[in-house]
Design a protein around this ligand. Structure first.
Ligand SMILES: Cc1cc2nc3c(=O)[nH]c(=O)nc-3n(C[C@H](O)[C@H](O)[C@H](O)COP(=O)(O)O)c2cc1C
Ligand SMILES: Nc1ncnc2c1ncn2[C@@H]1O[C@H](COP(=O)(O)OP(=O)(O)O)[C@@H](O)[C@H]1O
Length: 275
């Protein structure tokens, strides 16, 4: 059995999940916490001491493990213990369990734990916020709706990698972002974005999808032209927040024509104003 240490990320399995004596007195929460959306935040606001995370398998995620854990600490406090479990949980023998009031296993949780703190689901447009709903809105390119439900921007973090170095030939260098393979990619298209480099926020326009003007591959690239920026970023890890959908990706007659369209995309973003 793994031991508990402050701020340690632990992995334990189902067989060993029953709390040890020192854990039993703690307040706990459990779940996937994918996206760490406003529904999750309502639970985290009660500052559970131990947060048991079950993995999301077989589908794209709103937050990678690293992104999710950082957000959990942001909302629950740096001191919380995040414990990764690799199987379904059997939550028994705890002093206090902080759980959604509509959780399907409520009766069993009540029977096997001293106290339940029941949290009402957080609604958006009269329906509970769920990771699946947020996924659907992102796949439709409805970024503002997704952000309303998330309570924070939909963000992608990754390393800046080399592309074909075509962008610079038309005065439009583009940061190519390599993200985790299981990260959810929103609807293909061009977006207004904010990229965070060394803690500074830069407005940009981002293409997510194939590039029919320059090649015939179905490969999805994530490329951002940053405004008011001129620095080499290769190899750096950066975070990009997606703020609004501008237009679908189209095939132009030349890269120069893409560049002229991107000038219009930039104007659109500047007029709309991003924060
Ligand atoms: C804001 C933006 C919008 C773009 N829109 C399109 C598009 O509509 N169609 C397309 O084929 N490529 C589009 N691209 C991709 C460019 O063709 C690509 O960035 C360019 O070929 C440079 O590639 P490189 O990174 O390999 O140098 C867009 C890129 C950006 C940054
Ligand atoms: N304003 C900018 N926006 C995006 N990238 C920039 C900018 N200024 C400098 N760069 C640098 O230029 C690189 C992109 O140039 P580009 O010709 O598109 O090459 P690549 O195809 O390798 O991405 C970026 O990775 C970054 O290091």
């Amino acid at each position: 059995m793994a031991t508990l240490g402050s701020n340690n990320d632990l992995l334990c399995n189902w067989a060993s999940f029953l709390p040890k004596a020192e854990e039993a007195g703690m307040s706990v929460a459990f779940g996937h916490f994918d996206g760490v959306h406003r529904g999750h935040q309502a639970i985290l606001a009660h500052k559970p001491e131990n947060i048991y995370i079950q993995p999301v398998t077989g589908q794209a995620v709103l937050t990678t493990d690293e992104e999710r854990d950082a957000l959990i600490r942001q909302y629950a406090g740096e001191q919380c213990n995040i414990i990764h479990v690799d199987k379904r949980l059997e939550t028994k023998g705890f002093n206090s369990v902080i759980v959604g009031s509509h959780h399907p296993a409520l009766a069993s949780l009540k029977e096997h734990n001293a106290k339940l703190d029941l949290i009402e689901p957080v609604l958006y447009k009269d329906e509970p916020i769920t990771a699946d709903r947020i996924t659907d809105t992102l796949l439709r390119g409805e970024i503002e709706e997704a952000e309303e439900m998330l309570g924070h921007p939909y963000a992608m973090t990754g390393e800046v990698v080399y592309g074909r170095q075509l962008g610079r030939t038309v005065g439009m260098p583009t940061v190519n972002l390599k993200i985790a393979t299981n990260k959810l990619i929103p609807r293909h298209g061009v977006y207004g974005t904010i990229t965070i480099v060394d803690g500074v926020r830069y407005i940009g326009v981002t293409s997510i999808g194939p590039r029919p003007t320059v090649d015939d591959y179905p490969t999805v690239t994530i490329e951002t032209f940053l405004l008011y920026f001129n620095r080499d970023l290769y190899g750096q890890v950066i975070t990009m927040e997606i703020k609004n959908f501008i237009r679908p990706i189209t095939k132009f007659e030349s890269l120069q024509a893409v560049r002229e369209q991107v000038d219009k995309d930039v104007l659109f973003v500047l007029e709309k104003g991003l924060e």
